[in-house]
Write a protein that binds this ligand. Structure first.
Ligand code: PMT
Length: 408
């Protein structure tokens, strides 16, 4: 898996005065987990939103807030700080800080360090939606970008003001992943295409009713998102779900199994890795009513088989492709999963069983076991679907590169 760089990355993490600063402790933890050396510099107003003590404990370093250390009176050498850093990451970056960066106003230690730095500078703006949309802010961001500053855009969502819209600081894991992408462009799946399917398919009975299943799309969406973090171009073929499209994912919406098959067969042609996490309806109604069926006595529906998309993908699988399926079972899971790997010509399959509490449909967690075509298996405990997605992505990369599971 990619590391930040070969040596510990020296990051100056600039924290400015916005409510989104509450996310920074978690961001620091992610940096520390990746062995980065984090020097936090706070602007005076940032201290009102998160304490230097918290950030100091997590970064395992004294947090710098001023040109002079109040305890010793020593001068914090901003030129030295700026020159020694591998990157400056300012998150959240307020409208004020962005404006100061544009105009070179060095009235605090962070700004003086920014002006002295020669390393890449990355900022994650966060503010209320009208501020974020204001001409002065958009023009300032455009100017900074034209000078080489990399910008992680704010997200759309609920804001501290009670309003909702663009301006929200992305969650710490997204900030970290985006930072990683910018700093470490040699990601393992850079330039590779991945197709993921997610969610249910719905088969109409009449214009009002349908046959469906309980898939929420959470598992497939988490996988699609995890693939973007390792540099892949991700196409997500999604049945009807109420989830937000992960950043940098190309989402194609479908409703029925036949629509999903058409899109998957087309999109899979350019895919290096394919993961079918969708819960595809195995049956559709033979004769769909054009008008609403009026209730009368009992209703008998004749159901006919839908295509097995994964099996079709297995038939046309190229030697360079890695094909991964899911198996959702209620009993005898291992036997069914092992049968599906062979019958559908898969590289490996991810078994999740409704017999396990917290696994399968709808939950934020899952418990999976992976079986490959050679009989190898990997079993994992119950964990969040995001963590399961990271494991599947790691195994997919390893399988794609070496034809074996990774030792994780
Ligand atoms: O969406 P969530 O709420 O997060 O739930 C996640 C999940 C339980 C839906 C997911 O983890 C999962 O197990 N997806 C596959 C569900 C399923 O259809 O399993 P299956 O054993 O019936 O199918 C085996 C494989 O064939 C699957 O990869 C499926 O996508 C594929 N298939 C199945 C039927 C069909 N007609 N076409 C297919 O391609």
């Amino acid at each position: 898996m990619p590391t930040l760089v070969n040596k510990p990355l020296k990051v100056i993490l600039g924290v400015t005065g916005g409510i989104a600063a509450y996310k920074i402790p978690m961001l620091i933890r992610l940096f520390k987990k990746a062995d980065a050396d984090v020097q936090v510099i706070m602007t005076p107003s940032a201290e009102r939103f998160v304490t230097p003590e918290t950030l100091s404990v997590l970064s395992e370093k004294q947090v710098l807030c001023d040109f002079f250390d109040p305890a010793t009176g020593m001068w914090n050498n901003h030129v030295d700080l700026g020159l020694k850093a591998d990157a400056i990451f300012i998150a959240p970056a307020t409208a004020t800080t962005i404006g100061k960066m544009v105009h070179g106003i060095a009235d605090n230690l962070l700004m003086a360090t920014y002006l002295s730095a020669r390393c890449p500078v990355i900022i994650a703006p966060a503010m209320d939606l009208d501020m974020y949309a204001h001409d002065s802010v958009t023009e300032n961001l455009r100017l900074l970008e034209s000078r080489g500053v990399r910008i992680i855009p704010a997200e759309d969502g609920p804001l501290a003001s009670g309003l909702s819209g663009p301006g929200r600081l992305p969650e710490p894991d997204t900030l970290f992943a985006e930072f990683m992408k910018i700093m470490n462009p040699e990601l393992p799946l850079k330039g590779k295409h991945v197709m993921v399917s997610a969610g249910p398919t719905l088969e109409a009975i009449d214009p009002v009713r349908f046959i469906g299943n309980h898939s929420s799309g959470k598992m497939g969406y988490a996988i699609a998102e995890a693939f973007t973090k390792v540099g892949a171009n991700v196409t997500l073929v999604s049945g009807p779900v109420s989830l937000q499209t992960p950043q940098n994912v190309n989402r194609i919406d479908v409703k029925t199994a036949e629509q999903m098959q058409e899109v998957c067969l087309e999109e899979s042609q350019k895919a290096d890795i394919i993961v079918m996490a969708a819960a595809v309806a195995d049956y559709k109604v033979e004769n769909q009513a054009e008008l609403k069926i009026k209730k009368d006595e009992n209703l008998t529906l004749n159901l006919v088989r839908n295509p097995d998309i994964l099996q079709e993908l297995g038939k046309v699988k190229k030697p360079s492709q890695t094909l991964i399926g899911f198996a959702l079972e209620t009993h005898d899971g291992q036997d069914y999963a092992k049968d599906k790997v062979v019958r559908k010509n898969l590289d490996f399959i991810v078994l999740n069983s409704l017999a396990n509490e917290g696994a399968g449909f709808g939950h934020d967690t899952n418990k999976v076991c992976l079986f490959d075509k050679t009989g190898s298996e990997k079993s994992y405990p119950l964990m969040s679907k995001k963590m399961v997605a990271d494991i599947i992505v790691k195994q997919a990369i390893c399988y794609h590169l070496s034809g074996n599971f990774a030792d994780i």
